[in-house]
Design a protein around this ligand. Sequence first.
Ligand code: MG
Length: 302
Amino acid sequence: MSGSIYEIIDSRFRDLIVGSAQLDKLYTGCRWAEGPVWFKDGDYLLWSDIPNRRMMRYLPDGTVSVFRADSNFSNGNTRDRQGRLVTCEHGGRRVTRTEIDGTITVLADSFEGKRLNSPNDVVVHSNGSIWFTDPTYGILSDYEGFRAEPEQPTHNVYRLDPETGALTAVVTDFIQPNGLAFSADEKRLYIADSGERDGEEPRHLRVFDVVDGATLTNGREFCRLEGGRPDGLRVDERGNVWTSGGPLVHCYAPDGTLLGRIHVPEGVANLTFGGPRSNRLFITATTSVYAIYLTVRGAQTP
Ligand code: MG
């Protein structure tokens, strides 16, 4: 398939893609597009344009407008089980929830009495707990947040208890934890490490077993990317893992086998399933947002 946007590495990838489907460019004009989240009930996509300190909204008629003008350098977004928007903010170094009436509730901004680094990406478990990563990207410079020295000694993955509000560090040994996603049955949590330290650049996703929706065990390397560092990821209904990495979307089988890639004209930061049938992959890629139809649907359908 010379010139194709599809790179088929394992024949199983053919069952996941629509061969005639092309990459649609929905919008351009961002500085660093991130944090896509689909609102099925409203039939629209939201995402963050981090350096421009705004959140954008795309409607299927092609209309794109500013959803939130001062987003506080928002990054990752998701929805909780009540449909409320949950957002990571570099600027406020916090995770927030946007209530139905539009007011913003701070869910977490410190751990053990010290400020968080800069929450990056977030997912919500069906038991209501909120899991997010806290690398330092949003405090390294004034481009994607406010430059500051980190107060946390490590770059953790946290779990926020929905009942007590208690924040627990569930993983503490990442270089820079970034995107994360549960498997459809919530028995697994995938977490990307996009960091580099002392010449070490793992470029991998790790997977953990989730115990009682509360703790993680049996962490191991799930896959190692060729061509870019992983950032955001999602899981489809069959358990395949779709992750960003360079100007590519990489698709891995549940056993970690690389099935194929989709070539994108710009560096990919994140992606999410959306559309009325959840069979359209929305891709935030540097200055633009792209979308492509697949045969599979996303695992999460809030
Ligand atoms: Mg990210």
